[in-house]
Design a protein around this ligand. Structure first.
Ligand SMILES: *Cc1c(COP(=O)(O)O)cnc(C)c1O
Length: 373
């Protein structure tokens, strides 16, 4: 790369990104999502299509069931309320997952529910929800299903159509190791009808999916405004790279990273996985309890040992007790994971506990091998 010296600005003066190319990138995202529905690539970070989907689908006075298994669900609740919906927040422990049984029970208790919002994987809390099973229950009820799959796409199976997801939102910045500046949402036929029938759905607005519907209805021949060209090209490269590797192989890498880190953490003195059951653990990130030591100090000590490891303190109330390891994208590689385990072992020693880390490294190696076999 010669960009840094400023003499060869290779990100500039590119030929324009035309409508045809833009449409092809959307089609690649649709293939990744296993959907035949329309895919809109919105020109902003993933919060843009999330807010667009929720504000579009949530009708004033209608009941929305909002599954809360981490911080994003709390954000959705606010958008639903400000759109005038009657919101039923269904909360699960952040150390576990929501179950289809609990969703079915909530739908029986609130039969007028028209929209269900759900986060697939929660990178912030390290848990993941069974979208296939919950989707079946929601479909039976007849409600629309919106899923935030930003942290799951590329890391674990995501079968948008098969699971009955009407609005599936993804971003490039997590497991796809791509850009954060553009993101996408698939929109089912049912979802379009519901959004079009919503007088409060954004229109003539950057948040408007209906404005993008005009692009689709016009045969995708004229873009509504100048595309975020660099981010679009980076998204295409990220999706192409995953397809070259094989989506299954990419998912296996993430599963192995999660298994290895969880196995290692169980061996390290004073540390334990925050998400209790392996089945509820998100392949993208592992959250770790640091009994008796401030998690922010452990994270800082791990980073002092090796500044390249994807360890960070968690945000909000959990910050003193729980740290987070983001083993997604390029960080979901065996060497990076083992380096992370070594840095954590050093941090554990810095907090005064005797642990040479050998057991943790060995546990991580065997868990990785078992997961990729
Ligand atoms: C990462 C993530 C997003 C995107 O939000 P950022 O604040 O940009 O990281 C949205 N939803 C979920 C579940 C995520 O993990």
């Amino acid at each position: 790369m010669t960009v840094q010296d400023g003499t060869t600005p290779e990100l500039l003066d590119l030929p324009p990104l035309g409508a045809g190319h833009f449409a092809r990138i959307a089609d690649k995202v649709a293939a990744l999502l296993r959907t035949r529905a329309d895919v809109v690539v919105m020109q902003g970070e993933a919060l843009l299509p999330l807010e667009a989907a929720i504000r579009g689908a949530a009708h004033e006075g209608a009941t929305a069931l909002n599954v809360v298994t981490g911080p994003y669900g709390e954000t959705f609740s606010g958008w639903l309320r400000s759109g005038g919906s009657r919101v039923v927040d269904l909360q699960a422990e952040f150390t576990g997952a929501m179950t289809a049984e609990r969703v079915a029970e909530a739908l029986r208790a609130h039969p007028s529910t028209e929209l269900v919002c759900l986060v697939h994987a929660e990178a912030a809390t390290g848990n993941t929800n069974p979208v296939a099973e919950i989707g079946e229950v929601v479909r039976e009820h007849g409600a629309l299903l919106m899923v935030d799959a930003v942290a799951s796409v590329g890391a674990e199976p995501l079968l948008t159509d098969e699971w009955g997801v009407d609005l599936c939102v993804v971003g490039g910045q997590k497991a796809l190791a791509g850009p954060a500046g553009v993101s996408a949402v698939s929109v089912s036929e049912r979802a379009w009808e519901r959004i079009a029938a919503n007088p409060r759905a954004p229109r003539g607005s950057y948040l408007s999916l209906l404005d993008w519907k005009r692009w689709l209805d016009g045969g995708r021949s004229a873009l509504p405004h100048a595309p975020a060209q660099l981010e679009m090209l980076a998204l295409e490269q990220a999706v192409d790279r995953v397809e070259r590797e094989g989506l299954d192989a990419a998912q296996r890498r993430h599963r192995a990273a999660s298994a290895a880190v969880r196995a290692a953490v169980r061996e390290l003195a004073g540390l334990s996985p925050y998400v209790v059951r392996d089945a509820d653990a998100a392949p993208v990130a592992t959250t770790v309890r640091t009994a008796g030591t401030d998690a922010r100090e452990v994270a800082a000590a791990a980073l002092a040992a090796d500044g390249s490891v994807p360890v960070q303190a968690t945000a909000g109330d959990l910050a003193p007790e729980v740290l987070r390891i983001n083993h997604y994208g390029r960080a979901a590689e065996r060497d990076r994971v083992l380096a992370t385990v070594r840095a954590l072992a050093t941090a554990v020693r810095a907090s005064g506990r005797a642990d040479d880390g050998a057991g943790a490294v060995q546990a991580a190696e065997s868990a990785w091998s078992a997961a990729v076999r």
